[in-house]
Design a protein around this ligand. Structure first.
Ligand code: ADP
Ligand code: MG
Length: 238
């Protein structure tokens, strides 16, 4: 589905992604972890063209991603950030239906019906008419996930979706991502929730200093990869 080949990204003289290659197949769940500053967020942002690459190629469903087709590619990719990025002056419902009605020309009725179904399945079905400031962090993040899902993405990117949340809210957001996993959604997730990662990931990547240092099937990653830096990292966060 996604093939990144020899990606290089620099900010000025700083190389943030150094010859990174990564393939993601349909229905795969790839979890990225590693120390802060390693390049995880930048890697995610290159996937949907939020950051331009300096070298290498990105292919999406077999097609080379260029400035000409990036908008189309991006319309198939959902992204959820650490901060929720909801429109504060709009209700939950309007946050959810604005893109499908404006960009996909869906009717308000159709979009609202779908929004309600998603909110119900994520346990916040009673929040359609609330404003973001009336929601907890965990509820806001679930709305942000639903907002991405409203565009019927093929691929979802999550950048530390629970790091801004209080512990009691983390589970409800992780449960929502588990639900997407059950639906077969293809996902790339940056998270430090290692127990969660071990449970849902098909593959784990350890990024450090602009390199993918380890790329392994999940169980192997935790049990049999011999890498000193990875062991060190896991011993700190486990
Ligand atoms: P991670 O998500 O793994 O913590 P990032 O991808 O955010 O890492 O950052 C990787 C490196 O790139 C860091 O050294 C960071 O300071 C730098 N960086 C990220 N974004 C920018 C930017 N817009 N301009 C300059 N440097 C940046
Ligand atoms: Mg980051």
């Amino acid at each position: 589905m996604l093939s990144m080949k020899h990606i290089t990204k620099k900010f000025g003289k700083l190389t943030v992604l150094d010859d990174m290659s990564l393939d993601v197949h349909e229905h795969e769940i790839v979890v990225l972890c590693g120390p802060s500053g390693g390049g995880k967020s930048t890697l995610l942002r290159t996937v949907n063209g939020l950051e331009k690459i300096n070298g290498g190629e990105i292919h999406y469903r077999g097609e080379l991603v260029t400035s000409k087709n990036i908008k189309k590619v991006r319309s198939h990719i959902g992204m959820v950030f650490q901060s929720f990025n909801l429109f504060d002056n709009l209700t939950v419902k309007d946050n959810l239906i604005i893109a499908p009605t404006k960009l996909q020309k869906k009717s308000k009725e159709e979009a609202s019906k779908k929004a309600q179904e998603y909110l119900d399945s994520f346990g916040i079905g009673d929040k359609m008419d609330s404003y973001p400031h009336q929601l907890s962090g965990g509820q806001k993040q679930r709305v942000a996930i639903v907002r991405s899902m409203m565009m019927e993405p093929d691929l979802m990117l999550f950048d530390e979706p629970t790091s801004a949340l209080d512990p009691e809210m983390i589970k409800e957001v992780l449960d929502s991502i588990r639900r997407l996993a059950k639906m077969g959604m293809t996902m790339i997730i940056v998270t430090h929730e290692i127990g969660f990662a071990r449970e849902v990931a098909s593959r784990m990547l350890f990024l450090e200093k602009a390199k993918i240092r380890v790329d392994a099937p999940t169980e192997e990653f935790f049990t049999s990869v011999e890498d000193e830096r990875l062991q060190q990292f896991l011993s700190v966060i486990l």
